[in-house]
Design a protein around this ligand. Sequence first.
Ligand SMILES: Cc1ncc(C[n+]2csc(CCOP(=O)(O)OP(=O)(O)O)c2C)c(N)n1
Ligand SMILES: [Mg+2]
Length: 391
Amino acid sequence: MAKGDPAVSSRGRRAAPRSRRATTGEPELVQLLTPAGERIESATGPDGTEYRVDFTDEEYRGLYRDLVLVRKLDAEATALQRQGELGLWASLLGQEAAQVGSGRALRSQDMAFPTYREHGVLYCRGIDPIMPLGLFRGVDQGGWDPNEFKFNMYTIVIGAQTLHATGYAMGVHMDGRTGTEDGEAVIAYFGDGATSQGDVNEAFVWASVFNAPLVFFCQNNQYAISEPLERQTRVPLYRRAGGFGFPGVRVDGNDVLASYAVTRHALDNARLGQGPSLIEAYTYRMGAHTTSDDPTRYRIASEVEAWQAKDPIARMKAFLDRQQIADADFFAEVDEQARTEAVHLRERVLNMPDPQPVSMFDHVYPHGSPELDAQRDQFSRYSESFEGSAH
Ligand SMILES: Cc1ncc(C[n+]2csc(CCOP(=O)(O)OP(=O)(O)O)c2C)c(N)n1
Ligand SMILES: [Mg+2]
């Protein structure tokens, strides 16, 4: 049985979890772990799908480790930017569970299309976390091979990657790589603000009518820079899917277990040939939009505090503690690993070589072009004209 698949209920020594219908109460979301760290045995989505997970203790501890590591590495990147070592950083703070849950739900053959904030998914894909720091330091263009890791390059143009993902997923389907349990699925990440983009709505249409094996994973972190959610929509975002002809579900994006369960289910439907679906991971951006933003200009402290009480790591820790799945030694060891990896990350960033300016022409086309060669020559002559001059 695969990790997290529907399975036997929890072990006897633990408190019996409750079942919950997701369609009652507000907000209407699928949740398997409450903010206090209580397990809910199963949750029912708006279309009647019942979501549950059954992880081993080792797997539960692994998810916790992922959450702590990605938060720590993210904090280190923010600090590096503040110290002038990165040009910019888009923090994932608060969104760890949505990213680790969905990232771990991917099977090795599945392809992901990220925005600029998916450092947690990148980590789950096995990519060295140093990679995006080179991009944000401005010394390379990303560095990882999208085909090797099944994780496309970061995309800054809001919503554009949903079209890339749709085209890719249509190709997967046309090549006959769907329809079986080991078929391929594709996931496209985007934000709440991106749902107002034409690209995203076009992606919904194309994915729907071509039955693309695609999961649209919207991290609703409540803001598009300074614009709050109510400027994007008057209906819960997941309900938009119905108008395009595919299912939508809202999951507690601060609950790593529910994020995993909902994403695994949607991906498996896609790989079996049942077409696209939309997941709205309801979460909160705890930090600034990027390091160039000051959120105190447009949101109040009490709102941030309310979300602090729903922290994704605190609830997982409370659960592990409550169920005696992990002890103080384990938590200390994870903290120490996170600290060591962050120090290592910092050392490597500081040692990144500065590229030669002319290298910006290197990766524009795989085999170059005469126009590009001419531009490179012109740029080289221009740069050399400064040598020995007062400029
Ligand atoms: C096409 C386009 N328009 C505008 C921008 C400027 N921009 C950068 S991030 C952003 C907000 C995106 O918000 P959301 O989709 O909610 O994602 P989040 O940053 O919250 O993860 C905007 C408007 C852009 N990068 N691309
Ligand atoms: Mg947003």
